[in-house]
Write a protein that binds this ligand. Structure first.
Ligand SMILES: Cc1ncc(COP(=O)(O)O)c(C=O)c1O
Length: 329
């Protein structure tokens, strides 16, 4: 287990920062993929959740009778559900219709209260509506505490101290690191670490078309994980080498390619990040050492990305790898 990992006191808080897989066939050289799905809770988000709760406990913001609330497309909700159940906190997760049904079932099994908002916000997403709901509750009950993953520095700090350090230790040489942007906690934590210690590492931030985080036009998105209909407070483009936007059809094409050609059943954000790596193929050079973060696996997307009917209903056809010219192999 990683040297930087805390001494785990509960099984539900375990994570493993040491798994990197060389993925062949996307570029002439291997792409080193950091697999986060082997953490408890099945995603990168256990580290975010752990540091949010630890920090807020330490600062006296969470008390034994606190009622914790968070807005999550699923993975942070699952991770917080586990930690809250383990530590005896009441937890409510505010989700929207894009949240995976499996994640909701897991959270319910862990005793979490689920609230689903269905009214789109002014940008066509649901984040604004989810946050308005939380703010209303905060005004009604003084025991309610919002971990606020979009603005809480403890989110990025988790990834600075754990995720980025683990990547740094694994690669004596690293030229490019591709990272997806949701709350941008993973991204900002890595930017902070590498700017301070290895500024030569070029960080490419990846988001999906329809997200407003990088300043692009809002639009409809269907796959949870990456993207936001409201720019996360944590996001700061300083220190990024580049920002790349990927069409969700390329996400699906890449996910299905990885599953059927590589036996790698990837989650949606992994497909998006690797579609960005492929789009960058002409710019990377054959000698460059490339890393990419894979936040979760595909089991949670069997009814969506990997379901032909779901895909056809939203995109008209099942996209193949190379849907757009940028990702044509
Ligand atoms: C599957 C998946 N990928 C990527 C991300 C984005 O990570 P971050 O919020 O640190 O930007 C999330 C966040 O929820 C996620 O669930």
């Amino acid at each position: 287990m990683t040297a930087n990992a805390p001494a785990f006191s509960r099984a539900c808080e375990l994570f493993n920062d040491d798994v990197f897989v060389p993925l062949e066939g996307i570029l002439p050289q291997p792409v080193f993929v950091k697999i986060e799905a082997l953490n408890t809770a099945g995603s990168v988000k256990i580290k975010t959740a752990l540091n949010l709760i630890n920090t807020m406990e330490k600062e006296g913001q969470i008390l034994p009778d606190s009622r914790i609330i968070e807005s999550s497309s699923g993975n942070l909700g699952v991770a917080l559900s586990m930690i809250c159940a383990g530590r005896g906190y009441d937890f409510t997760c505010v989700v929207d219709p894009n949240a995976s049904a499996r994640n909701i079932k897991i959270m319910e099994a862990l005793g979490t209260h689920i609230v689903t908002v269905t009214e789109p916000d002014e940008n066509g997403g649901y984040l604004g509506t989810r946050i308005r709901y939380i703010k209303r509750l905060l005004g009604e009950d003084p025991r309610v505490v919002w971990t606020n993953q979009y603005a809480n520095p403890a989110n990025a700090e988790a990834h600075r101290q754990w995720t980025a350090t683990a990547i740094d230790q694994r690669f004596p040489r690293l030229d490019y690191l591709f990272i997806g942007a949701g709350t941008t906690g993973t991204l900002m934590g890595c930017v902070r670490h590498f700017r301070a210690h290895r500024p030569e590492v070029k960080i490419v931030a990846v988001d999906v078309a329809g997200s407003v985080t990088f300043g692009c036009k809002p639009g409809k998105r269907h796959i949870p994980g990456l993207g936001a209909s409201r720019r996360p407070e944590l996001f700061d483009p300083a220190g990024l080498f580049a920002m790349e936007m990927i069409d969700e059809r390329d996400t699906i094409g890449m996910c299905r390619h990885l599953a059927q050609r590589h036996g790698f059943l990837a989650g949606g954000s992994t497909g998006t990040v690797l579609a960005a790596v492929l789009a960058w193929k002409p710019r990377l050079g054959k000698e460059a050492v490339i890393g990419a973060i894979s936040p979760d696996l595909g089991e949670r997307y069997l009814d969506t990305i990997y379901n032909d009917d779901w895909v056809k209903a939203r995109f008209g056809e099942v996209p193949r790898l190379g849907f757009s010219p940028a990702t044509a192999a």
